[in-house]
Design a protein around this ligand. Structure first.
Ligand code: ATP
Ligand code: ZN
Ligand code: MG
Length: 507
């Protein structure tokens, strides 16, 4: 790796008189200050000022370095030293640092397949595996905040991404149920719609659940709570539906799913007078004036819940959990999840707003591996004995995580994600059709770290995880296999369901 930085350091006043001291300081820095942190066995490592000049109140420096002391870090060290040494004697200080030209050279793991650009980078030049970045826009604050490292990391990620585009996720079958008899091959959403159990809309990817549809969803919710969560000791929590970006940055959602999130904007003011013009327009046109509304609303700073776990982690940020409360077992079922599914929308199973119970657990590795077994056995009880459906479990990992080498992959045994998938006969044969992911279960090491959640004894690191209980998807899986007639439903399910609601007769 090579870093070559040309920079102008602006002082509070003339520094011509201090030329001698500056020269001396640069010499000393090249011997010591800019070599600190270089491993002992590396000869001639670190950074070096290869040229400098003074002009009025400006010092121009040209620094060359390797990865041990990156040139911009060398510059920041020089700034400190210049302030310390010039201050007392010449009563001057550094006002501003300006990057004139910053060239960074490094070798990629593999060749880029296509050109790309990045913010803050003037030019990216890639020849085979050699990569050269030209930067000039970064200010001191941005250099201090490590933008440079993240830019390099992002370049590597983008090149890696060119290799996994269009490829599948890692998928490994770990268990499958017996084959079950299917009562029909219809799409249950269409049939429920026809029978008036549900109604499409009012906007894209939404459904209105009339009494019969609602009772179905509520039954699955009840089964999940009574048969999975209560027996294992989970406690209910209630969170907000609005998630500030700051939390999504911590969980990684902000960079992972910005294209699927729904955003929230606040009114710029609550003063009715300022809204009067908008109201007048609505009264006259019976439409909302979009341009005026845009002026009256803020740029979003939060999104609508995508999954409930981020705010659960946030609620425990920087907390130390008493040993007696470990493992923490909670679930959230009040807040719906929203996702912009766009062209992928389908039936009740892929919608823009859905109901999910999200249990979250935090504990030692031993506790969570035990919990995982317990959860799976409770789930098996529900899917096999109560719903009696044909389903399977697979270990999955998104392809980009396998390839990117970003350190996000959960390589430890037992960690990672398991998907639960159900066969949907209306989609075709078992072998060829896509099964529906109706739930999943994960254990991670990153969230407890990111949110700094600690245990009382602190000698063992805490892990966390969540398991998504997608109510619409449980319903879709069940109905696709068992149909809409309670006569064909397993007795165990009918017991939980009870009487079919009368519904509303529409003429
Ligand atoms: P998919 O790959 O099907 O989009 P996902 O990986 O995005 O699913 P997760 O983020 O793991 O799903 O969400 C957990 C659970 O939430 C899923 O197992 C599923 O039950 C449910 N779910 C996710 N997206 C939707 C949706 N658009 N409509 C209904 N339920 C959903
Ligand atoms: Zn989650
Ligand atoms: Mg999805």
């Amino acid at each position: 790796m090579k870093f070559e930085l040309k920079s102008t350091v602006k002082f509070s006043s003339e520094i011509e008189e201090a030329k001698g001291l500056i020269e001396d300081l640069m010499e000393r820095a090249n011997q010591d200050l800019l070599k600190r942190g270089v491993p002992k066995d590396i000869e001639q490592g670190g950074a070096e000022v290869i040229d400098f000049s003074v002009d009025g109140d400006e010092l121009f420096v040209h620094i060359l370095s390797d990865r041990y002391v990156r040139a911009h870090d060398a510059l920041l060290r020089l700034k400190k030293s210049l302030n310390q040494e010039l201050g007392p004697e010449y009563h001057v200080g550094v006002r501003e640092i300006e990057v004139v030209e910053y060239l960074i050279e490094f070798i990629l793991d593999r060749e880029a397949r296509e050109d790309f650009s990045l913010p803050y980078v003037d030019e990216i030049e890639i020849r085979e595996k050699d990569c050269r970045l030209f930067l000039s826009e970064l200010n001191e604050e941005q250099l201090k905040k490590n933008y440079v490292d993240r830019i390099i990391q992002r370049v590597r990620e983008k090149v890696d991404a060119q290799y996994y585009e269009g490829k599948d996720e890692m998928w490994k079958l770990i268990w499958e149920s017996d084959r079950k008899e299917m009562v029909w091959e219809e799409d249950p959403t269409e049939k429920m719609d026809e029978r008036g159990w549900i109604k499409r809309g009012p906007t894209k990817g939404k459904w209105f659940y009339r009494p019969r549809g609602a009772k179905l969803l509520k039954t699955f919710e009840k089964i999940a709570i009574e048969e999975v969560l209560k027996p294992l000791g989970f406690q209910e929590v209630i969170e907000s539906m609005m998630v500030p970006f700051e939390v999504w940055i911590q969980t990684g959602h902000m960079e992972g799913i910005p294209n699927e999130a729904y955003y929230i904007s606040e009114p710029v003011t609550r003063d009715p007078e300022e809204w009067e013009d908008v109201v007048d327009e609505i009264k006259i046109t019976r439409e909302v004036p979009e341009d005026k509304l845009e002026k009256m609303t803020e740029t979003p700073k939060a999104g609508v819940c995508y999954a409930q776990c981020p705010l659960i982690y946030w609620s425990l940020r920087n907390e130390t959990i008493a040993d007696e409360s470990l493992p923490v077992l909670v679930y959230e079922k009040t807040v719906p999840s929203t996702r912009y599914e766009s062209g992928g929308r389908q039936g009740i199973e892929r919608v823009d707003e859905f109901h999910r119970i999200e249990p979250v657990y935090i504990g030692t590795k031993e506790q969570l591996l035990k919990l995982k077994e317990d959860l799976i056995s409770r789930y098996k009880h529900v899917f096999n004995e109560i719903m009696d459906i044909e389903w399977r479990m697979a270990q999955v990992e998104p392809f980009y995580l396998q390839q990117a080498g970003t350190g996000e992959v959960e390589e430890e045994e037992g960690l990672g994600t398991i998907d639960f998938e159900a066969y949907l006969p209306y989609r075709g044969s078992r072998e060829e059709s896509e099964w529906l992911e109706f739930g999943n279960l994960s254990i991670f090491s990153k969230y407890t770290e990111e949110f700094n959640i600690k245990s009382q004894s602190q000698d063992e690191k805490l892990l966390s995880g969540c398991t998504g209980i997608g109510i619409e998807r449980w319903a879709a899986a069940f109905l696709a296999q068992k149909g809409l007639d309670p006569e064909n439903w397993p007795t165990s399910f009918k017991d939980h369901f009870g009487e079919m609601p009368e519904g509303i007769k529409l003429l």
